[in-house]
Design a protein around this ligand. Structure first.
Ligand code: NAD
Ligand code: TDX
Length: 360
């Protein structure tokens, strides 16, 4: 039985990954979820797995060497899946320091603790161990030409403090492979969407605002392009790379689903109108008139587009959820989980929202 140490498992993708893995592998795996529970981490995302015998939650910070060392001492970890990060570009523009602390220094501590636990006396590593570092397409920079794509060989050119910190962490992982032959792999995925995403990110923010009849803020001209992937397809890719990915390699994950932000907003509004019953009072709020073009994000990358040829060819990965179906499932999930939204938007969320959007 493999034991997985998942960091950041109380966040959006991490919690979906834990659900996905227990759905797929049942009791054949063990998962230890290590999360510091920042504003983005929410144990409410994991209510469905709390009772599973092979699931353990440990509140710990990846910046804290002693806490992470203890997790490795107490458990024989086979796979690390490093999701834990500060993940929101807008926050990184306002407060870059925490991005370097968590994404760079935190990853370094994870690498060192895994290395200490897995390295043998002759400098080789125990059989079957793997460290998967979860990264992003944003490290590649921005594409101007519509016929260009990000490949694993595309040089890194990050622009935001967020993407610069992720690029730095990727380089550290690569340095550990090159220097120590440390058994690591990196995945670079495009924008994810789905259940449990914190409503500071575009899709849940637009759903939440539209339901309340609040303005829908569109940065700049709304024509920036993101390449959207349903979160379960990302989780499937990570599972496949853990099983079959070659040590020291990078794998891009993305489903060729590029959309302008303004298109996304229209699709969400149309989906809400289609799904909400006439009897639901929130339906009257949903309107194109809520759309507001606001000041652009500083250094806003124009277009991301992943070429997933390598993971397809080597591991047979394919996305399973078309955007039309995925966005419907996602909107439905937020409609059916209004309590979750109310809970995560209480408290500090309102302060964040006012700071980011008033006078914008
Ligand atoms: P998220 O912000 O929803 O979740 C991050 C989680 O990490 C939270 O549970 C938080 O509590 C935890 N965390 C933060 N700092 C920590 C620390 N110091 N120690 C322990 N835990 C800490 O992020 P997400 O969207 O789920 O992204 C997860 C990973 O995937 C990140 O590494 C991100 O860069 C990467 N990624 C995200 C996307 C996307 O579209 N969301 C796409 C590609 C890659
Ligand atoms: O209110 C908004 N209005 C708006 O126009 C928000 C929150 C966003 N946007 C735009 C900015 C982007 O072009 O929508 C696009 C998507 O924005 P985000 O949801 O903030 O995502 P993005 O900046 O693309 O980064 C995401 O994808 C890659 C994740 O947050 C990262 O963690 C991941 O690495």
């Amino acid at each position: 039985m493999k034991t997985y140490l998942v960091t950041g498992g109380a966040g959006f993708i991490g919690s979906n990954f834990i659900h996905y893995m227990f759905r797929k592998h049942g009791n054949d795996i063990r998962i230890i979820n290590v999360d510091a529970l920042t504003y983005a981490g929410n144990l409410g995302n994991l209510k469905d797995v709390e009772g599973i015998e092979n699931y353990t939650f440990v509140k710990a910070d990846i910046r804290n060497k002693e806490e992470i060392e203890k997790v490795f001492k107490d458990n024989d970890i086979d796979y690390v899946v490093n999701f834990a990060a500060e993940s929101h570009v807008d926050r990184s523009i306002v407060n870059p320091e925490i991005f370097v602390e968590t994404n760079v220094l935190g990853t370094l501590i994870m690498l060192n603790c895994a290395k200490d636990a897995w390295e043998q006396e002759d400098g080789s590593f125990k059989e079957g161990k793997k460290f998967l570092h979860v990264s992003t397409d944003e490290v590649y920079g921005s594409l101007d030409n519509l016929t260009d794509f990000f490949y694993e060989t595309t040089p890194y050119s990050p622009h935001s403090p967020y993407s610069a910190s992720k690029a730095s962490s990727d380089f550290l992982v690569k340095a550990y492979v090159d220097t120590y032959k440390f058994p690591a792999v990196i995945t670079n995925c495009s924008n994810n969407y789905g259940p449990y995403q914190f409503p500071e990110k575009l899709i849940p923010l637009i759903i939440n605002n539209a339901l309340q009849g609040k303005e829908l803020p569109v940065y700049g001209d709304g024509k920036n392009i993101r390449d959207w992937l349903y979160v379960d397809d990302h989780c499937k890719g990570i599972d496949m790379v853990l099983e079959g990915g070659r040590i020291g390699e990078k794998y891009n994950i993305g489903g060729h689903n590029e959309k302008q932000n303004i298109e996304i907003i229209h699709i969400i509004l149309d989906t809400l109108k289609e799904i909400l019953p006439d009897s639901d009072p929130r339906k009257a709020n949903v309107s194109e008139e809520l759309i507001r073009f606001v000041a652009d994000r500083k250094g806003h990358d124009r277009r991301y587009a992943i070429a997933p040829d390598k993971i397809k060819a080597e591991l047979g990965w394919e996305p399973e959820t078309f955007f039309a179906e995925g966005i419907k499932k996602t909107v439905k999930w937020y409609l059916e989980n209004q309590e979750w939204m109310t809970e995560v938007t209480s408290g500090d969320y309102q302060k964040y929202y006012d700071k980011m959007y008033s006078d914008r």
